[in-house]
Design a protein around this ligand. Structure first.
Ligand SMILES: Nc1ncnc2c1ncn2[C@@H]1O[C@H](COP(=O)(O)OP(=O)(O)OP(=O)(O)O)[C@@H](O)[C@H]1O
Ligand SMILES: [Mg+2]
Length: 285
């Protein structure tokens, strides 16, 4: 072996060793642990942990969101609002949470979907959504708000006005100090408010549809070379996703293997348990 060949071989060996191994674990196994550790990196001092979820339409983002928020309700009963803006979405409806049209009603419920609905179209529709969502988010901004706010389509909501964009940026940057956990979902990372990625503790990504997207998705996790092959190995048919905690660096490929059954907030809270966890209503968030 020449010295050049030896160097090349040494480089290859380093690359092989640095290749990230990501285990495949179904959500029925990962979920119970996830719901315990989400926002409790230091159990003595629980801190909100924001999350970003990216995937093309139909990949399973809303299904994942509904599953984890239902688990969080069952185990920790955390107050939660999902902000929905699509004209229709059967996945959101299958969660079984109350769907309310205006901020007043949303503030009264513990777990709720705020879906400002109007018969208007075009600019009038956007103006209506802008007013209702802005009012909701402004009022929610309080010390110890202790709540989760999930944007089903964050890029759309941000596009409603520059003021909305600024307000959402403040949620990403400073929400944690108010006890607010932010979840943002979008179809592609491009054009995202950079705070969405830099402030997220958790990233969830589905298999992108083309090579350009694959590069952008991989960059959310780290080096393209390491993460592109992992993303490419996922099975879109099975709604597989990659989930990574950025603080610990731990990542898994998973898929939701438990059906999403509608559970109304009040009804379930009397039920008391979920996958072996005790329901801790009002004890902690
Ligand atoms: N793990 C799963 N098991 C079974 N069906 C699933 C699963 N994940 C998603 N689906 C189904 O796939 C369809 C699309 O899922 P979902 O609504 O979550 O997509 P999405 O990523 O939110 O898409 P969009 O960007 O268009 O909102 C739904 O009909 C949903 O029921
Ligand atoms: Mg969706």
């Amino acid at each position: 072996m020449t010295s050049n060949e030896a160097t090349l071989e040494a480089i290859r060996e380093t690359q092989r060793k640095s290749r990230v191994q990501v285990e495949r674990i179904p959500w029925s196994e990962l979920g119970p642990e996830f719901v315990e550790i989400w926002g409790r990196n230091d159990p003595e001092n629980p801190q909100p942990e924001h999350m970003e979820i990216v995937g093309m339409n139909g990949s399973g983002k809303t299904y994942f969101l509904c599953t984890i928020l239902q688990e969080r309700m069952l185990v920790r009963d955390t107050p939660t609002t999902i902000i929905a803006t699509k004209p229709a979405d059967s996945t959101l409806r299958s969660l079984g949470w109350p769907i309310v049209k205006n901020p007043r009603e949303a503030h009264k419920a513990r777990q709720v979907i705020l879906w400002p609905d109007t018969k208007e179209i075009g600019a009038a529709r956007r103006a209506y959504q802008r007013k209702e969502i802005y009012e909701y988010l402004s009022k929610l901004w309080q010390p110890n708000a202790n709540t989760i706010v999930a944007f089903d389509e964050i890029a759309y909501v941000e596009s409603l006005s520059p003021e909305m964009r600024d307000l959402i940026e403040m949620y990403w940057r400073e929400g944690r100090s108010q006890g607010i956990t932010v979840i943002g979902m979008k179809q592609r990372p491009q054009g995202a408010n950079r705070h969405m990625s830099s402030e997220s503790y958790w990233t969830i990504a589905y298999l992108p549809k083309d090579h350009d997207d694959l590069e952008r998705f991989a960059e959310l996790f780290g080096s393209r070379r390491q993460w592109m092959p992992i993303l490419e190995s996922m099975d879109a048919e099975n709604h597989e996703f990659l989930i990574r905690n950025h603080r610990t660096g731990v990542a898994y490929i998973s898929w939701i293997d438990i059906p999403l059954e509608p559970i109304a907030p009040e009804a379930e809270n009397k039920m008391g348990t979920y996958l072996g966890h005790q329901n801790k209503r009002n004890n902690d968030l």
